[in-house]
Design a binder for this molecule. Sequence first.
Ligand SMILES: NC(=O)c1ccc[n+]([C@@H]2O[C@H](COP(=O)([O-])OP(=O)(O)OC[C@H]3O[C@@H](n4cnc5c(N)ncnc54)[C@H](O)[C@@H]3O)[C@@H](O)[C@H]2O)c1
Length: 372
Amino acid sequence: MIIGVVGEIKPDEYRVGMQPSGVLQLTQAGHTVLVERKAGLGSGFSDATYQQAGGKLVDGAASIFAKADLIVKVKEPQHSELEMIRPGQVLFTFFHFAASESMTRALMDKGCVAIAYEMVRNHGRRPLLAPMSVVAGRLAVQEAAHYMTRPHGGPGRLVGGVPGIAPARFTIIGGGVVGEQAARMAAGLGAQVTILDRNNQRLTQLTEMMSANVIAVRSDPESIREWVIQSDVVISSVLITGEKAPHLIDRSMLREMKPGSMIVDVAIDQGGSLETSRATTHSDPVYVEEGVIHYCVANMPGAVPETATRALTNATMDYIQKLADLGWKAACQQDRSLALGLSLADGKVVSNAVARGFGWSAVDRDTVINQP
Ligand SMILES: NC(=O)c1ccc[n+]([C@@H]2O[C@H](COP(=O)([O-])OP(=O)(O)OC[C@H]3O[C@@H](n4cnc5c(N)ncnc54)[C@H](O)[C@@H]3O)[C@@H](O)[C@H]2O)c1
């Protein structure tokens, strides 16, 4: 099979979909891997290392989209990439469909096969989203600590306080992978942390695993308001599979928050969980609404590509190998977790969660993967 690795063009995105070691693995198995020149530079991989691994360097993404059966990326296709996608071409990347109906429709019009990293699920876990959620959860606390300082527009508060001065209060909404990592980091810095989640079993787990400065509380509109308005930092990390993030914090709640407090909306990639959220970039990551600093970068791990590319590709490579060796239908027949990632095929929505998000209906997954 011909596999294409193109450079990411989303603003400030420095990750790449495959490391040279992945190229070596595929070429040794007899596949051809086309790598866009300079695609790996942002993550610390030179063109020469891809070439030594057996990859064929190509100038520009257009000739890769024109030839490859399988395109491996990191972020959702951008406008200029959408134009280059061919019918039947398989795309394996993050899509976050719920955040963009126009992208979803454009991909359907192209008739490509879209397998979404974030939708691959294995016994309730998301093995390809999780490594990026670990990065984003940890980074959310680093960024909050940075923007709480006076020179960066914050109130000038130290996360852990000092003897005699109380530490900052962090509220984390959504105690999944992002929330757990953010809580650990914030607690490690000495903050007072509250995690809100709707899942009682998860609240028990979080209570058992966290240190004494973290409490886990049942999430509902009242508890969200109670904790958000007394916080220095709110990290929103909710997820409802395939759906747009629910709006949990409205403008009136922001007005009750302390001036100079901060919200990191990690769920911005699923549309954001605040009435006032809008996606930002690493070059211009924050803005202020109602006196509250908003940090809404939709590709947070893109800022730490040396860590994030390795963490992502360690997780994706086994699936890429399967797709290359077997083709997408047989790979999905053999691997249920990969099949769950199959979101669009032949111009139709295959994922119920994605279809539900737009009020559409999905075609039957097993019929799609089993048809000759
Ligand atoms: N911005 C970025 O760069 C970036 C990077 C990685 C992940 N993310 C996003 O972060 C979000 C969280 O990812 P994750 O891997 O932690 O997901 P996860 O499924 O592990 O956790 C989500 C949690 O949200 C909880 N939840 C759902 N509705 C809730 C509500 N109303 N109140 C409180 N909790 C609620 C769920 O019970 C679950 O525990 C996703 O939207 C993901 O796409 C963003």
